[in-house]
Design a protein around this ligand. Structure first.
Ligand SMILES: NC(=O)c1ccc[n+]([C@@H]2O[C@H](COP(=O)([O-])OP(=O)(O)OC[C@H]3O[C@@H](n4cnc5c(N)ncnc54)[C@H](O)[C@@H]3O)[C@@H](O)[C@H]2O)c1
Ligand SMILES: [Zn+2]
Length: 353
């Protein structure tokens, strides 16, 4: 069992332990005293894990209700959010009660947003079941949903009261999503930890996944503690994401998964900053090799012009400038402001080598 304390606006613990999912009732009791707990989950996770979670909640004496939505990013919209509000109201969930988000990032983001807004805010806990949610989205308090103009365009910062991570749930996660999450794991190594980066070279079979999750969450915890609302250091978490988001958008979220797009983004960005002489030689090649270890792509044929254009509407841009994240070397990242106009040129330097 591993435990981390997060010292943000709301202070909370992150606990990582195999099998913890079946003891969530006891853990909730130790941090809060709701009468009702509303479990929010998707159809896949419901079939696998709801029973154990609900049994534990009931055993701890809570009145339990459950809202299940159809799994997938296409459900991450206001219609689902609205149905969640109705579920809470119909089940007499009050300000003293609690939401439990059981699932991947889609579930956590929506359940968190509903917790932030229902009755002007109620407590919620995160029980992330995908690798991406365990190492990234369940920590840090970003919540929200998609609108047709773009992903995550509506949201709120709302910290959970507790995060319970059960690495055993990854046993049922499809390989595709494991790879996806590994892109974010590699990202943490790139921006903050050469040690983690080196550890990852062993490959999936040799990894102590509990330890890897701990190291990632440790890094994210430190970053969000220093910069809860993303005005400075938190931007480092966007390494590979400016290009990644652009690629996802170019292919209308069909050809590339988020992790695949981020992997390509990390490699492209490093190639460019290496060509500029900002990153030490060999940085891009090392990242590319590690991505390949986890079956992640490192190249895409989209034109730099299209990528630069698509990045203009990324919400991480401020005015006409983009904050790009570059590595001086593996484990050492910094943010650089660059004008929209120069971004394409910046990427082109790598092509000219
Ligand atoms: N809030 C943040 O800081 C933050 C950060 C990164 C990503 N996100 C968001 O996270 C979302 C992506 O997260 P995701 O990849 O977890 O998506 P997801 O929630 O859709 O989960 C991926 C798939 O895995 C299934 N699944 C989850 N856990 C499982 C398990 N243990 N066994 C079997 N199947 C399981 C889900 O049903 C789904 O089909 C995006 O919407 C993204 O915007 C948020
Ligand atoms: Zn990401």
């Amino acid at each position: 069992m591993k435990k981390l304390k997060v010292n943000t606006g709301r202070k909370y613990d992150i606990i990582i332990d195999r099998g913890i999912i079946d003891h969530c009732g006891e853990y909730i009791k130790s941090v809060s005293s709701p009468t009702r707990v509303a479990v929010i989950t998707d159809s896949n996770v419901h079939a696998l894990y709801s029973q154990g979670v609900i049994a534990s909640l009931k055993q701890s004496g809570f009145i339990v209700s459950e809202f299940v939505f159809k799994a997938g990013e296409t459900s991450k919209n206001f219609r689902t959010i609205e149905a969640m509000y109705s579920h809470l109201a119909d089940n007499n969930v009050t300000r003293k009660d609690m939401i439990l988000a059981l699932g991947g990032g889609v579930t956590g983001d929506m359940a968190g947003f509903v917790a932030a807004t229902y009755l002007r805010g109620i407590e919620f806990i995160q029980v992330p079941t995908s690798l991406l949610a365990q190492v990234d989205s369940s920590v840090g308090g970003k919540t929200g949903y998609d609108i047709k103009q773009g992903k995550n365009l509506v949201g709120a910062f709302w910290q959970p009261s507790l995060v319970l991570i059960d690495p055993d749930t990854l046993n049922t996660l499809p390989q595709r999503y494991i790879n996806d999450g590994m892109a974010e794991v590699i990202k943490y190594g790139c921006i903050k930890s050469l040690g983690l980066f080196r550890l990852l070279k062993k490959g999936m079979d040799q990894l102590d996944i509990e330890n890897i999750i701990f190291r990632c969450v440790y890094i994210k915890r430190d970053i969000v503690q220093n910069d809860e609302k993303e005005s400075g250091e938190r931007k480092l978490l966007n390494f590979g994401h400016t290009i990644g988001h652009a690629l996802e958008k170019i292919y209308e979220y069909k050809k590339l998964s988020h992790g695949e797009a981020v992997a390509i983004g990390m490699v492209m960005m490093s190639r460019a900053s290496e060509a500029e002489g900002v990153s030490s030689k060999g940085t891009a090649a090392k990242i590319a090799e590690l991505c390949r270890t986890y079956n992640l792509p490192t190249y895409d044929e989209a034109s730099l012009r299209d990528i630069a254009f698509a990045s203009q509407s990324d919400k991480k841009t401020s005015g006409r400038d983009i904050d790009i994240v570059i590595l001086n070397s593996i484990g050492k990242a910094r943010v650089k402001k660059i004008s929209q106009r120069d971004f394409q040129h910046y990427l082109e330097t790598a092509e000219e080598q």
